[in-house]
Design a protein around this ligand. Structure first.
Ligand code: NAD
Length: 334
């Protein structure tokens, strides 16, 4: 039984606590959140212990692994704390918003043998990973294009928008990572980014975008298109198209069930698509944890590494540079 300390018990932390508690191989032992009430609420559901500081949770002899789901600017502090205590880490994306801090952390961790997995959950989605497998096995011949549509049902509130580090680093970072996952060894080398504020007043106040489009290019010449919106009235729109010389694979939107209705007034009407990430990627979050458990048990390399998190942030930063300077930007990973 792998015993977890959970750091951060907000929206996604609560979901992780439920997944840890329902997994037969894991147990939630400690919860720490800056907001004690939030920690108490989550801990009581999982019968875990609330602690007064992160050290108590992370350094405890009882703790086998640490799940970091606190606010983004705190991730590096807790990654280092866990790594120094010799505990494997599953940390939510992004590692941080500041690449200088991420690079410094990478240097500091160099001598330390630590397993750090970054929470790019979409890699564990069954239909997205089937699309990636089709590319790997050359079922679609030579890969030529990747098209990712990723639109949220509604924009978050102003507080979140002000703190999240901007649309590209907060949201598109998932799509940058998913593109890298599908491309495999073929690195993304160029990006052209466009962002607009078309409809959301809070987004405008936060000086962010609610609508964005990107064209990226890989070293071998694969072209990638990503489009994002903070508002899709029909739900959480998540589609991936992988196109090659021998065909294409589409990972499409999913509905909670596949029931079709046939009545005198309509036929084949489907349920709306999933509302948001917790519903749509529930299986992926569970498989992400299963993959992490396997990594710890076999003492192997995580499926999504610190370096994957670092590279996705570098692409996001290059996208901002592209937007700002109205030109295509070459991406360098060093
Ligand atoms: N992988 C995904 O699909 C996904 C989805 C949502 C959020 N996230 C990421 O998860 C993280 C949390 O996001 P959220 O939506 O749950 O936010 P949230 O605001 O709901 O929760 C964050 C929690 O962290 C706590 N916190 C802040 N500083 C802390 C500190 N120093 N020590 C301990 N706890 C602290 C807050 O009190 C809060 O309860 C962010 O990094 C976000 O980017 C990932």
């Amino acid at each position: 039984m792998l015993k977890f300390a959970l750091i951060g018990a907000g929206r996604i932390g609560k979901m992780h606590s439920e997944i840890i508690t329902s997994n037969p191989e894991t147990e939630l032992k400690f919860v720490y959140d800056l907001n004690r009430e939030i920690a108490i609420n989550v801990a009581s559901i999982s019968k875990a212990e609330v602690v007064n500081n992160p050290e108590e949770a992370i350094n405890s002899n009882t703790t086998d692994a640490v799940l970091i789901a606190s606010a983004t600017p705190t991730h590096i502090e807790f990654i280092k704390m866990a790594a120094n205590a010799g505990k494997p880490v599953l940390c939510e994306k992004p590692i941080d918003l500041d690449i200088i801090k991420v690079n410094k952390c990478r240097e500091e961790l160099k001598g330390i043998k630590s397993q750090i997995q970054i929470g790019f959950n979409r890699r564990f989605d069954l239909s997205h990973s089937k699309a990636q497998q089709a590319r790997l096995k050359k079922e679609i011949g030579e890969l030529e294009m990747i098209i990712i549509t990723s639109r949220d049902p509604a924009a978050p509130g102003l507080d979140y928008l002000k703190a999240c580090g901007g649309f590209f680093r907060d949201t598109t970072i998932h799509d940058f990572d998913l593109s890298r996952f599908i491309l495999g060894e073929d690195p993304i080398v160029e990006v052209s980014a466009f962002g607009e504020n078309l409809f959301d007043a809070n987004v405008k106040t936060a000086k962010d975008f609610d609508t964005a489009m990107f064209i990226l290019k890989s070293k071998s010449g694969v072209l990638i298109h990503i489009n994002n919106s903070r508002r899709a009235v029909y739900g959480y729109d998540q589609r991936v198209e992988v196109f090659g010389s021998k065909g294409m694979v589409i990972s499409n939107n999913q509905t909670p069930n596949s029931t079709e209705r046939y009545t005198s007034s309509s036929t084949s009407s489907k349920d709306p698509i999933h509302f948001f990430f917790i519903e749509r990627y529930q299986q992926a979050y569970k498989d992400q944890l299963n993959s992490f458990i396997e990594t710890v048990k076999t003492n192997s390399r995580p499926k999504v590494t610190f370096e994957d998190g670092r590279k996705a942030l570098i692409i996001a930063n290059a996208a901002y540079e592209s937007y700002k300077n109205k030109r295509t930007v070459e991406i360098k990973y060093d």
